[in-house]
Ligand binder design. Sequence first.
Ligand code: F6R
Length: 266
Amino acid sequence: MRVVILDEKSDVDRRAGQILAQQIQTVPDSVLGLATGSTPVGAYNELLRIYEAGEVSFRDCTTFNLDEYVGLPPDHVQSYRHFMQEHLFGKADFEPTQCHLPCPNIAQLDESCEEYEARIDEAGGIDLQLLGIGTDGHIAFNEPGSSLASRTRVKALTQQTRTDNARFFESIDEVPKLAVTMGIATILEAEKILLLATGENKASAVRDTVEGPISASVPATALQLHPKATILLDKPAARLLARKDYYEQVEFIQRELEQNDALNHH
Ligand code: F6R
């Protein structure tokens, strides 16, 4: 796992937006895995800034979001479809038919989950998966205890997640109890993974993810098994890491190598 510690949330936003843009500039028909929640909004804003500067186009991209609440209509202001439209898709040249979110068909939930997996396969798999992390260590809505071999399915949200997400609703009673989510095995199949975590309230989940044993009790620890997972942190989110100095040292060496590599090619 590449652990990158930056000073502030705005640095994480900028770096994440640049990584996403670079992916699309290099492979214009990239398949992106996208996240919602408050964490990626700054990265999407940076990506949109790069788009508005005419440096990237999403015309040929395909996207798959991690999750969607069960029971909210797609035009509900808190549905993730609505969130993506507001924060990204509606502000750039995405091809709407290429932007996928799990579509919970209450009558046929199993079929709609299988179909989502099949669509990801048909698109050739995810090239770059963006992730946030829950305070309980969830990724997507794979709550603690989720099988590390899980695939897209319906999950009940924990009380902790419903409490954390109540800030987006009028009250906690309105937060849905179920969501459709990509599984951990689905996420691990992405070619590259970029996890963003900012703020003090993510510090213990980050410590467990990076330095704890792999366990279904902290689903994000499964990322330790991925060969190309990067975690971008601001200082408050990195606060509890025991090997913080080492990650900073490795990152310094890595940047130097990248710079030398860039020099060698010019
Ligand atoms: C959202 C998602 C969730 C969030 C996590 C953190 O699509 O998959 O796992 O990334 O709940 O949410 P924020 O960013 O709001 O702290």
